[in-house]
Design a protein around this ligand. Structure first.
Ligand code: F0G
Length: 413
């Protein structure tokens, strides 16, 4: 937080002005807000020009929800394809200014991709601990491409965190998991950016996926600072959506929200949020309480369908991001979100992070028969409309034209 109370209109002007500058720290969608970030000397800032991500309208999804409009802030449009870059630029800059040689994280894939990239830019060495076989290929390939030392441990994410917690006590390695306070500082800036993109009109709801529960906390901090400093007069309700198979916060709240959170053994195809023992659950619970938002859970088939719907907008996202739309459907269905209200989905990762999930979904190979049967008739009909199976055929013009005619006939029927 700044030492002198800043003038909101002067800052709003300055932040916009910086977008026209050629300086890398001005072009960064994190560091152009540096007036509200912890001080790091400008020379030590490690940036890949993160942030400045688009806020898209989602007209088809809005229509099917009966809403006037729905927006998506696409954090997957960051340099390494996920929201982690906004926090990593801040944390890596802090690592450089503290003189560390090694940085490390445990990850479900996106943190490791981001850390690897920023460490490479900074000339630091990086150590990645990931659960073996439980992260999407796109993310693993990034850690390798950016030159990290990548260890695939025979455990889950929570097991990797446990190991790393001891490693950093025994070796001079800077911990870059989301408990790192600088990461939260960087990850609060999308809240500023969202408000700027909405011309300082506050949306009623912001819907965020929940895994380790740091992102919702960071956004909550961002909006709270904006209110405290007089940029806005109220904050949006922040709601957190978990996958049913990785739902410790949902369970805790539904069993009364008292006492310690009971970890679960997490299992979901949304590997990014396959987390049973979230580090930042207390902060997340405070954000829910202070903004008036909710925690919901969604099934595998619900977020798989939601992902296809986001894809059909020409936007796309990774499975963990799609829980936001699936969760919003539930919040609308029981009136917690009004159809006339404004909601922003936080899309956290790019669709190319996990193409295997998408391909399996469209081939009809993702879900089990029992899961498919669990869908409502409306969901089944929607899935049938959205599924696109690639056809294999001879390289023959007539065959291609026949296929085109067959599709047109179905679509006009
Ligand atoms: N969405 C994506 C795409 C993620 O990668 C993550 C977390 C989340 C949502 C959840 O955010 O943990 O702050 O609640 N990924 C971490 C990782 C854990 O290691 O990449 P959260």
């Amino acid at each position: 937080m700044p030492r002198n109370r800043p003038n909101p209109s002067a800052l709003r002007y300055l932040w916009q002005e910086r977008r026209t500058s050629t300086l890398s720290i001005d072009q960064s969608g994190v560091w152009r807000f540096r007036d509200l970030l912890p001080i790091v000397s400008n020379e030590q800032i490690v940036t890949l020009r993160e942030g400045n991500t688009p806020l898209y309208e989602m007209p088809k999804c809005a229509k099917s929800l009966g809403m006037n409009w729905l927006l998506a802030k696409h954090q997957g449009m960051n340099p390494t394809g996920s929201f982690k870059d906004t926090g990593m630029t801040a944390a890596l800059s802090a690592a450089v200014s503290s003189g560390y040689e090694w940085v490390a994280c445990a990850s479900t894939g996106n943190t490791s991709a981001a850390m690897a990239a920023y460490a490479a830019r900074a000339g630091l060495k990086s150590l990645v601990l990931i659960p073996e076989g439980k992260i999407a290929w796109g993310k693993l390939s990034q850690a390798m491409d950016y030159g990290s030392m990548t260890l695939q441990l025979k455990t889950d994410f929570d097991g990797c965190v446990k190991v790393l917690t001891e490693v950093v006590q025994r070796a001079p390695v800077y911990l870059l998991n989301s408990v790192n306070p600088y990461r939260l500082e960087g990850q609060k800036t999308p809240a500023f950016e969202m408000l700027e993109q909405m011309e300082w009109q506050v949306p009623h709801h912001v819907i965020v996926p929940g895994g380790n529960l740091a992102n919702c906390s960071a956004l909550g901090k961002g909006f709270a600072e904006m209110k405290h400093l007089g940029f806005i007069h109220r904050v949006p309700k922040i709601s957190i959506i978990q996958a049913e198979g990785a739902n410790p916060l949902y369970r805790w709240l539904n069993s009364g929200g008292v006492g310690p959170l009971e970890p679960v053994t997490a299992d979901t195809r949304a590997t990014a949020i396959r987390i049973g023992n979230p580090a930042s659950w207390k902060k997340a619970a405070r954000v829910l309480a202070s903004t008036g938002g909710w925690c919901e859970q969604v099934t595998e088939q619900e977020f798989a369908l939601a992902k296809a719907e986001i894809g059909a907008e020409g936007i796309g996202c990774e499975p963990a991001s799609a829980v936001t739309l699936a969760g919003l459907k539930k919040l609308i269905a029981d009136g917690r979100v009004g159809q006339e209200e404004t909601a922003v989905l936080l899309l956290t990762g790019h669709t190319l992070k996990d193409p295997e999930f998408t391909i399996k979904y469209h081939l009809g190979e993702l879900l089990t028969e029992a899961e498919e049967r669990g869908a409502t008739p409306a969901e089944r009909a929607r899935t049938a409309q959205l599924r696109r199976q690639p056809l294999v055929m001879d390289a023959n013009v007539d065959d291609v034209l026949r296929a085109l005619e067959a599709v047109s006939a179905v679509q006009t029927a």
